[in-house]
Design a protein. Structure first.
Length: 183
């Protein structure tokens, strides 16, 4: 009788452990899939930036430093290896791109240029899609982190080296504020 009870407990522990492990695998894969969605939108944005910069260059030649900064930050972001490095690079590129778009306000001819307006509309669309992808990614990171840190999942996660994900968030409080534009 004791052997049967021990076997039932062992099978129960195994089934619970297997269920927890499979849940952790699912959450990790969802987090990775969500990151790949962000990566797709970032690639679209990276492809759009050179066209945008070249269009602005023709009108705003004295904004050379800002244009070079955006180009450099784009290159750094594209060459980032890990998720953490990409997030860090994006935290710099996003605001620089925002400053570029704000600086355009001083050039009525540029704002009237159809090519620029098309590029600006594409960028706006990509930024909106990117925002939604970031929210989805952060949701999957949250679910993964809860599973990795909660008992008894943390035992299985620690045993199989499941790790917490990194949120895509703004660290700099100044980036959270709406820019003040005045001419």
């Amino acid at each position: 009788m004791i052997i049967i009870i021990i076997l039932v407990i062992a099978v129960l522990v195994f089934v619970v452990g297997m269920s927890l492990y499979n849940g952790l695998v699912k959450k990790r894969n969802m987090m990775q899939e969500a990151w790949s969605g962000i990566d797709v939108f970032l690639k679209k944005r990276y492809d759009l930036i050179p066209n945008l910069v070249n269009t602005v260059k023709g009108y705003a030649s004295h904004e050379k430093q800002l244009l070079e900064q955006v180009t450099t930050l784009r290159t750094q972001a594209m060459q980032s290896g890990s998720v953490e490095q990409k997030i860090s690079a994006e935290k710099e590129l996003g605001p620089a791109l925002g400053r570029l778009m704000v600086s355009v306000e001083a050039y009525p001819d540029l704002k009237a240029n159809q090519n620029f307006r098309d590029l600006q509309a594409q960028l706006t669309t990509i930024e909106t899609e990117l925002e939604m992808a970031r929210r989805y990614y952060n949701g999957t990171v949250r679910e993964n982190n809860i599973a990795v840190e909660s008992f008894p999942g943390n035992i299985v996660a620690g045993s199989f080296k499941f790790e917490k994900g990194t949120f895509f968030e703004i660290d700099n409080a100044q980036q959270r504020e709406t820019p003040n534009v005045s001419f």
